[in-house]
Design a protein around this ligand. Structure first.
Ligand code: FEO
Length: 173
C-alpha cells in the first residue's frame, strides 16, 4: 500500500513525464521546420518514450489501488537557437527528471516501502541512459561545430532510431 505522500509524488511525476513528452514534441517540431528530419524523428521517438514513462507510473498507481491526480502540463519552450542548444536543454531537463526520481526513491527508502524501491530501479537505470544519450549528442554537435556536412551525417544517424516498448510495459497490467 502506497502512503499518501508517495501517491501524491508519483501523481506529480506523471505530470512531469507528460511535460517531457510535450517538450520533445516541441523540439521535434523545431527540427521539422529546420529540415532536419532525422533529428525530428529522434525527438518523436523520445516523446513516445516519455508517454511510456508516464504510463509506467500510471500502471504502478493502478497496481497499488491508487487514483492519479492529474496536474496541468506547462507549455514547453518554443525558441531554440541550434541543434546544440536543443540537446543542452534536453540534458538539463533530464537531470531535473533524474533528481525527481531520486526524490521518490528517497521517500520510498525512508518509508521502508520496498515494493516502490524495486519499482523505481528500472526508471533510475533509464535516467542514466537518457542523460548519456543527450551528452553523447552534445559531444558530437560540439565536435562538428557549424559544419553542414557533419550535421547531415548526424541527421542520417538519428533517423535510424527505433522505438522500443520499455520493458515494464511489455507485460500487460
Ligand atoms: Fe522520462 Fe526522459 O525521462
Amino acid at each position: 500500500m502506497l502512503s499518501k505522500k508517495l501517491a501524491d509524488e508519483i501523481s506529480g511525476q506523471i505530470t512531469k513525464e507528460a511535460y517531457s513528452a510535450y517538450l520533445y514534441m516541441s523540439m521535434a517540431s523545431y527540427f521539422e521546420v529546420e529540415t532536419l528530419p532525422g533529428f525530428a524523428h529522434w525527438m518523436r521517438v523520445q516523446a513516445q518514450e516519455e508517454s511510456c514513462h508516464a504510463m509506467i507510473f500510471f500502471n504502478y498507481m493502478a497496481d497499488q489501488g491508487q487514483r492519479v491526480t492529474f496536474g496541468a502540463i506547462d507549455a514547453p519552450p518554443f525558441e531554440f537557437s541550434s541543434p546544440l542548444d536543443v540537446f543542452k536543454k534536453t540534458l538539463a531537463h533530464e537531470k531535473i527528471v533524474t533528481k525527481s526520481i531520486y526524490h521518490l526513491a528517497e521517500i520510498a527508502v525512508g518509508e521502508k516501502d520496498f515494493a516502490t524501491q524495486k519499482f523505481l530501479d528500472w526508471l533510475i537505470s533509464e535516467q542514466v541512459e537518457e542523460e548519456k544519450n543527450a551528452s553523447t549528442l552534445i559531444g558530437k554537435l560540439d565536435r562538428i561545430k557549424n559544419s553542414s556536412e557533419g550535421l547531415f551525417m548526424i541527421d542520417a544517424e538519428l533517423a535510424a532510431r527505433m522505438f522500443v516498448l520499455p520493458a515494464p510495459l511489455t507485460t500487460v497490467p
